[in-house]
Design a protein around this ligand. Structure first.
Ligand SMILES: C[S@@+](CC[C@H](N)C(=O)[O-])C[C@H]1O[C@@H](n2cnc3c(N)ncnc32)[C@H](O)[C@@H]1O
Length: 321
């Protein structure tokens, strides 16, 4: 199966994995120059909708591969061997069993796995991070399926880990759709997601893209305040065949170098995304007409619709302290 087959029909995951892959390798190379231990934490590990037998299209396999790559580079160039550690959390029993199968024979990375909900696992995660010692640098990935399970008061202790960086998959489309639901229970869940009900004031009178931008900005601000981060930025991931946002990957750091590396990664990811969207559009046209097109979709797509390109470059720093 080629890489494209693995992500056919789930191009948004291709982009998410590309960003994780590219960013983590650079992160590990840079941070590894002044830290001897890297601690990776995946709070929503999966596997989730994977197609490959060896989990190469899962975030946990991608993360381990990139961290090992960086360790090899360090070893070759400096003779130093970085210590790698990973904590994988997954609440679903059958997904957890697969995760367990994948990790059971790994000996070159210190791994802890837990079959639990994030809501009750914060002490276990913090304990694992602490055991990495003073020279460890943690990177925390939060990749939920909706907006529950990672309320701001729950993840606050993870955001406050210093040193540390966080990447959060914020399901913008889903959240925007329900954020103004009149149901008390839904309102309470959003209040907890953002850490307060203040965000609602910012949304008043806003429509469509402005409203969506304000939602992402408000969430980013809350992450920054709660974690005491200096910088929060994000990468937008669009639907493959529809001209709207799927999700935003929110990245928080205390180091300007991190922002630069993340923005470089985002730039590369945007061309991967536009190519994948071009191919997806072409597939859709071909299905409709029953005719195979001569040129590849990405060649014809030329970077996608103008207004979305503006949007892609529209987010620089989401929020700065
Ligand atoms: C979007 S998937 C993760 C995908 C994975 N990070 C990747 O990119 O390959 C979310 C996963 O989190 C798990 N999950 C959902 N709610 C959870 C919770 N409250 N605590 C821990 N895991 C949860 C789901 O069972 C699912 O496997």
């Amino acid at each position: 199966m080629t890489k494209n087959d693995l992500y056919l029909g789930r191009e948004q995951t291709l982009v998410k994995h590309f960003i994780l892959q590219q960013y983590l390798e650079r992160f590990a190379i840079i941070v590894g120059t002044h830290r001897n231990t890297l601690t990776y934490v995946d709070c929503f590990s999966g596997p989730w909708n994977v197609r490959s037998d060896d989990f190469q299209d899962s975030s946990f396999a991608i993360a381990l591969k990139q961290l090992r790559k960086a360790r090899e580079i360090h070893q070759r160039q400096t003779g130093r061997r970085l210590k790698l550690r990973a904590f994988f959390l997954e609440k679903n029993r059958s997904a957890f069993n697969k995760l367990s199968l994948f990790t059971k024979d790994i000996t070159d990375v210190e791994i802890e796995i837990l079959n639990e909900k994030l809501e009750v696992s914060i002490p276990a995660i913090l304990d694992f991070i602490k055991k990495g010692g003073k020279n460890s640098f943690p990177f925390i990935f939060v990749d939920p399926t909706g907006w529950s399970g990672f309320a701001m008061d729950i993840i606050a202790p993870l955001l406050q880990v210093k040193p540390g960086e966080v990447l959060i998959n914020f399901m913008t489309e889903h959240i925007s759709r329900f954020i103004e639901s009149p149901q008390d229970e839904t309102q309470a869940s959003f209040k907890r997601l953002f850490g307060s009900g203040e965000f609602k004031k910012r949304l008043q009178g806003l429509d469509k893209r402005d409203r969506e931008d304000a939602i992402v900005q408000e969430y980013g601000n809350s992450v920054r305040r709660t974690g005491g981060f200096k910088y929060v930025t994000c990468a937008i991931v669009l639907h493959a065949v529809e001209n709207r946002t799927h999700f935003n990957l929110i990245y928080a750091t205390r180091n300007p170098k991190g922002v630069q590396v993340f923005k470089d990664t985002e730039k590369k990811a945007m061309s991967i995304m536009q190519e994948a969207r071009g191919d997806a559009h072409q597939r859709k046209r071909e299905e409709k007409t029953g005719q195979t097109e001569l040129f590849g979709g990405s060649a014809l797509y030329r970077g996608g619709p103008k207004n979305l390109n503006n949007k892609i470059s529209g987010y620089a720093l989401l929020t700065v302290a």
